[in-house]
Design a protein around this ligand. Structure first.
Ligand code: NAD
Ligand code: UGA
Length: 442
């Protein structure tokens, strides 16, 4: 099949590459020339395990093309994915300007029947807006060209994106006719084996499914963080409580890890966007509002512990931060807990020495660009030298089993604040560390 993917970010690049890997001809389009130039030179603009090899192989095989020319892409293909960003707008709702700008371009340039597939996360009713926009532009052109607008939300996780796309738990497709559904079944057949994982529904339910899924996952995390906060007060250990409840198959073990708050490009904005959708329709979603409020507060849980231990004036103190990305195996720092933690400490006069295996560039050039008092080190141990305490923010594999003797030797005080509950408190206490976790009374 001939496919264009408009928006070559995390989702668009993975989507386009995985379709090319299955033998399709794919043109990935972006307005960002620098990104497209890099990709054409074999440089992958994001860190995502397993992606680089298949991008380069498919590009070399001329199945995967990178371009800024949407007109040419639409002429050569009849399936067009929209995978541009839908960031949080000023009032918290999803900003659809990029999606609708692509719809305009599609209206301007299609020359034959095109399946327009919305892969961006968009509020219910967006497919209708895309349809209206394309129809209006076609009318302005005086062109009589048919098209379908299909909803196909994406459920991949960063850090495991290629695997999630190649072996999805499910493929959700919302369409208003059987012909469109058949095309989507054929497209996804190599990924869904016998279509068992292909879930067809109407467009609005499909759009809503994406928000419901992310909000459910975010709710699990905020719920667990709230339980953790109560555990700390009553002397229970949330690590044990987690295992105790996860063993109930109705609850399950996944997404109940307490921590210093969820981040990433999606949970924060998607929960907020669903709240706004509900508000606009006259409903106040109290649970969803609480999910966000708990998470906002949870990002301050580590600073709170630090203030309790060292006081609120941290001038003259330095803290080592291990991990800046919002989760391991990605360089993405969007809404990362590290941003709140670093800013809170620096605001109280502290200095920070940070180490992250992949997110340095993002931190330095964007998310912590304006923060003074932060130094970036090139190894986890050098970041510790002379620091008053260590803070684990992101559980990268290389942080999971460190040399604690080395940590002790380098720190001024043997104090660890762990935002991801990675270590054995018994072992650390025996070694003479003060060890602060989430959801465990120190
Ligand atoms: P991103 O910011 O990484 O990429 C978006 C890309 O679109 C950018 O490269 C940008 O230059 C490009 N773009 C913007 N306007 C354009 C236009 N008019 N024409 C061509 N390109 C244009 O975003 P992302 O993380 O890939 O997310 C895309 C969508 O997918 C969002 O709606 C997001 O909520 C959703 N989503 C993201 C993830 C994830 O893990 N990142 C997972 C599932 C769903
Ligand atoms: C999430 C969803 O898992 C994907 O299914 C979805 O497609 C994507 O959002 C999206 O719509 O963008 P992602 O944000 O890449 O994926 O990462 P997750 O693994 O879900 O982690 C999100 C955040 O929750 C991280 O900060 C992580 O540390 C935190 N988390 C996760 C916890 O605090 N506890 C947990 O038990 C799990």
């Amino acid at each position: 099949m001939n496919i264009s993917v408009v928006g070559t970010g995390y989702v668009g690049l993975v989507t386009g590459t995985c379709f090319a890997e299955m033998g399709n001809y794919v043109i990935c389009v972006d307005v960002n020339e620098d990104k497209i130039n890099k990709l054409n030179n074999g440089i992958i603009p994001i860190y995502e395990p397993g992606l680089e090899r298949i991008v380069i192989e498919n590009n070399k095989a001329d199945r995967l093309i990178f371009s800024t020319d949407i007109k040419n892409a639409l002429e050569k293909t009849d399936i067009c994915f929209i995978a541009v960003g839908t960031p949080m707008g000023e009032d918290g709702s999803a900003d659809l300007q990029y999606v609708l700008a692509v719809a305009e371009e599609i209206g301007k340039h299609i020359t034959k029947h095109t399946y327009i597939i919305n892969k961006s996360t968009v509020p219910v009713g967006t497919a209708d807006k895309v349809r209206e926009t394309v129809s209006r532009v076609l009318q302005e052109r005086g062109a009589d060209i048919s098209f379908d607008v299909i909803s196909n939300p994406e459920f991949l996780k960063e850090g495991a994106a290629v695997n999630d796309f190649m072996k999805p738990d499910r493929v959700v497709v919302g369409a208003d006719n059987e012909r469109a559904l058949d095309v989507m079944r054929e497209l996804y057949a190599p990924f869904t084996v016998n279509h068992e994982r292909f879930i067809a529904m109407d467009v609005r339910s499909s759009e809503m499914t994406k928000y419901a899924a992310n909000s459910m996952l975010a709710t699990k995390i905020s719920f667990m963080n709230e339980i953790a906060n109560i555990c700390e007060l009553v002397g229970a250990d949330v690590n044990k409580v987690r295992v105790g409840i996860g063993s109930d198959s109705r609850i399950g073990y996944s997404f109940i890890y307490p921590g210093c708050g969820y981040g990433g490009s999606c949970f924060p904005k998607d929960v907020q966007a669903l709240v706004r959708t509900a508000n606009k329709n006259g409903y106040e979603p109290k649970l969803l509002e609480a999910v966000e409020a708990v998470n906002y507060d949870q990002k301050k849980s580590i600073p709170r512990k630090i203030f309790k231990k060292f006081g609120e004036d941290l001038s003259g103190m330095t803290f080592a931060v291990w991990g800046l990305s919002f989760k391991p195996e990605t360089d993405d720092m969007r809404d990362a807990a590290s941003i709140t933690i670093v800013k809170e400490l620096v605001a109280k006069g502290a200095k920070v020495k940070a180490y992250d295996p992949k997110a340095f560039h993002e931190a330095q050039t964007c998310y912590l660009k304006d923060v003074e008092g932060i130094e970036y080190l090139d190894s986890k141990y050098t970041a510790l030298t002379g620091c008053d305490a260590m803070i684990l923010v992101t559980e990268w594999k290389e942080f999971r089993s460190p040399d604690f003797d080395e940590i002790k030797k380098r720190l001024k005080n043997p104090v660890i604040f762990d935002g991801r509950n990675q270590y054995s408190s018994k072992k650390l206490h025996e070694m003479g560390f003060e060890y602060f976790q989430i959801g465990v009374m120190p």
